[in-house]
Design a protein around this ligand. Sequence first.
Ligand code: PLP
Length: 416
Amino acid sequence: MGFDPKAIRKDFPILNRKIRGKALVYLDNAATSQKPSSVIDLEKSFYETNNANIHRGVHLLSQESTEMMDLSREKVAKFIGAASAHEIVFTRNATEALNLVAHSWGRKFLKEGDEIVLTEMEHHSNLVPWQLAAKAKGATLKFIPVTPEGTIELEAARGLIGPKTKLVAFTAMSNALGTINPVPELLAMAKKHGATTLVDASQWTPHLKTDVAAWDCDFLVFSSHKMLGPTGIGVLWGKRKLLESMDPFMGGGDMIQEVWLDRSTWNEVPYKFEAGTPNIAGAIAFGAAVDYLNKLGMEAVRRHELELTEAALRVVEAEGQIALYGPRDPQHRGGVISFNVADIHPHDVGQVFDSEGIAIRAGHHCCQPLMRKLKIGGTARASFYVYNTLEDVSAFGRGLRKVKDFFKVPAEAKHG
Ligand SMILES: Cc1ncc(COP(=O)(O)O)c(C=O)c1O
């Protein structure tokens, strides 16, 4: 059973917008997704009818706010196959979740000589926090190489992950290329050597079914805003015992059990990691986004994106002078088309698309080391989600032709 993307478009008010006089074609979903009315309405109605601070009040509004946030936490836990809502730490975004682990786990458990294994395709958010932690603790970073096709070298990974490896942290799907990584294989290699594992699921959880129990990883991070939910809310999932063994990230309200002038004890997880008033409205509205995705069904979401990706790859193939990055096989990529048109700067490509009302992204996609490895300054990137249609793929093709016309790129010679 699938869903009709044309029918669900009416749930997304922003898709009615005209951009430069043309109907908006939104193809920047890997950066952030649009929000359905159910998410927008819940956030609004929360402020209009329930708003109060959580945990601290005996009054009805505070109880309602607390219950609504708890419910959302449970929905998120179920959505990713977590054993308990206590394993869901709400953060501001995936970046904060990664910094939390690098700080609270890294500063406590890493020691001199330990090795942290990442891949060359990590988003800066899953790289820079480890650079900081490694420097603080005298650990070393190692990188699983990326092939020219934009996949990771599994054989090299086998050589890199060994007895000194303390952590293996990698993205399940590349935001820059769309590559779907061999998650179970990498996790198996890490576990063979007793390493702790972290999956950056920022680009996975919005698009493919997530099951942390099946993966049996130790940590998983993602952001609400890429999966129909509000900005300012993200998730760290961790195995409960591991979360309990870690030190707090930030100190302040709610994360304590008892405070004296010279010392404090900590609240139970996940609250130990949620210092201060959280994004209550955002967390609650995130629950509505999870409901929406559950209604569509994640298998159907993947099938829909596969259809769009296959169509977009055919468009790229049919055009000359387009360099395509990432695996050719759509089974090994998400709904991300990363490309360059001849030698035209990606920003110029993005601007021509914008003049047609088509929103794509251009640049290094927070993956500068990967761009360096591929010997490019950046790419233009079109990325799909549930409300995109085959008409949007045709618009993508129109955009490509407009770029080629505008910059007078010859049609014949093909490369990429
Ligand atoms: C793979 C990956 N990891 C981490 C992040 C960081 O997400 P956020 O900016 O929501 O913290 C992103 C965002 O683009 C991403 O694509």
